[in-house]
Design a protein around this ligand. Structure first.
Ligand SMILES: *Cc1c(COP(=O)(O)O)cnc(C)c1O
Length: 420
């Protein structure tokens, strides 16, 4: 089949995506027992399957049960196990949605869900609740409402096109959307989050890339989880994107049984940078329903980070993050490098275990900031710096006199209120 010219046609892969257990068995020459088949089919009723023939072709059929591509694309009965801490929408993306398709969580950037579908349904999808739900490409009218929100929200300077997979849209539709987004004055940068280079690299056509390069500054993040996924076809897709001047990043999810190994993650990151892709985030697996069997302890992630920093080039080290349940956003987690801190001295350790002392300056005069840049010796002559602090930043700033942050349900404060 891979010699057939249709093999390189991305639309053919979408039309021929494998969606049933029987087709899967036929395509790979695997036979499940009737009980296994029944269990898989039951899982598919809850969480549907879709695998591109390309991604399917990466499975090692001799060892399919532990194959990283198989584990990411084929249902596991583990998906039906819902633990006490699991949630349908752990990141509260739906509650932080001020307009259809928009999640506005951080001050200056939004997530814009521009497609409800993907060419391959990742079994570890954090938006599993939505997969196959409305298997459709939104109309221009649907997207207009998201665009309207961005137009009316001047704080938004970074728009992250996500989904589903934004590259499920046609080139023309994407061209229109990117043109609309970039016509908004306050939007400075656009990013695309897509798994196409991994699961369907033939989507990265010359036509697509020629269209994208007309929309700079455009960044693109993809989602490789295992070095085996970086095939010659994937490398070619990445090369086209990088040659078009699109900075490439990668977001990996830490998955038990797939990549929870320092050597696999290191090999993946080294292979990514050889392909001009900067490892961006390593994610702790979310608390979405159906993902229990993929989760590792956070300690596994920290152990992996320990094996990266110092051991390989700094640009091949991603930031390990836990996306806070409840919508708090991404929280970076890493090994502790500060061993002790005294007056004027910081004691640090490096990746080799060497413990060292950094002497802080005795005569440092902090720049007190009152937000009047014109009176300051530092040469920032910009009027567009945010004039309000958020969160912990407030406690450190000179120009906001907040001294402490108190949770709204603090009992001690409630007693005070009751007493007054
Ligand atoms: C991850 C995410 C972003 C982007 O975060 P960065 O750290 O800037 O990459 C924006 N909005 C939402 C809701 C996100 O989950």
């Amino acid at each position: 089949m891979t010699d057939d010219p249709r093999w390189h046609d991305w639309r053919w892969h979408i039309r021929n995506a494998v969606r049933s257990v029987a087709d899967f068995e036929r395509a790979l020459g695997i036979r499940f027992t009737p009980e296994q088949r029944q269990l898989h089919e039951r899982t598919l009723e809850r969480f549907p399957m879709s695998v591109t023939p390309y991604y399917l072709s990466l499975i090692d059929t001799e060892n399919h049960a532990t194959d990283p591509v198989f584990l990411q694309s084929f249902p596991s009965s583990g998906e039906l196990v819902v633990g006490p801490h699991d949630m349908a929408d752990p990141l509260h993306e739906d509650s932080d949605s001020p307009a259809p398709g928009i999640t506005h969580r951080y001050p200056d950037r939004v997530l814009f869900h521009v497609s409800n579908t993907c060419s391959m349904y990742c079994r570890h999808c954090t938006r599993k609740r939505k997969v196959g739900d409305v298997d459709s490409i939104p109309s221009r009218g649907d997207l207009e409402r998201g665009l309207e929100y961005i137009r009316n929200t001047p704080q938004v300077r970074d728009v992250l096109l996500s989904g589903g997979d934004p590259l499920m849209l046609s080139d023309d539709m994407l061209d229109w959307l990117l043109t609309e987004v970039e016509s908004i004055d306050h939007v400075e940068v656009v990013r695309i989050g897509t798994r196409m280079p991994v699961v369907l690299p033939f989507r990265i056509t010359n036509d697509l890339v020629d269209m994208l390069r007309a929309h700079h500054p455009l960044w693109l993040n993809t989602h490789f989880n295992h070095p085996r996924e970086i095939t010659p076809d994937a490398s070619r897709a990445l090369r086209r994107l990088a040659d078009a001047g699109i900075p490439l990043g990668n977001q990996t999810v830490l998955l038990a049984g797939v990549n929870d190994c320092p050597r696999i993650i290191r090999a993946l990151n080294l292979k990514l940078v050889r392909n001009r892709v900067r490892p961006y985030y390593l994610y702790q697996c979310d608390l979405s329903e159906g993902l229990a069997h993929f989760r590792t302890p956070v300690g596994k992630g920290i152990e992996i980070m320990e094996s990266l920093r110092g051991h390989c080039s700094g640009f091949s080290v991603p930031t390990y993050v836990v996306d806070a349940p409840g919508g708090g956003g991404k929280i970076p987690v890493m090994p502790n490098y500060v061993v002790a801190w005294g007056a004027g001295k910081v004691v640090l350790r490096n990746y080799e275990g060497v413990i060292t002392t950094y002497h802080e300056p005795d005569d440092y005069t902090p720049n007190r900031c009152d937000l009047r840049c014109g009176d300051c010796a530092l040469q920032l002559h910009a009027g567009d710096v945010p004039g309000h602090a958020v969160g912990v930043e407030k406690l450190l700033s000179d120009w906001d006199d907040t001294r402490s942050l108190t949770p709204s349900d603090n009992e001690r404060m409630e007693r005070r209120r009751d007493a007054s």
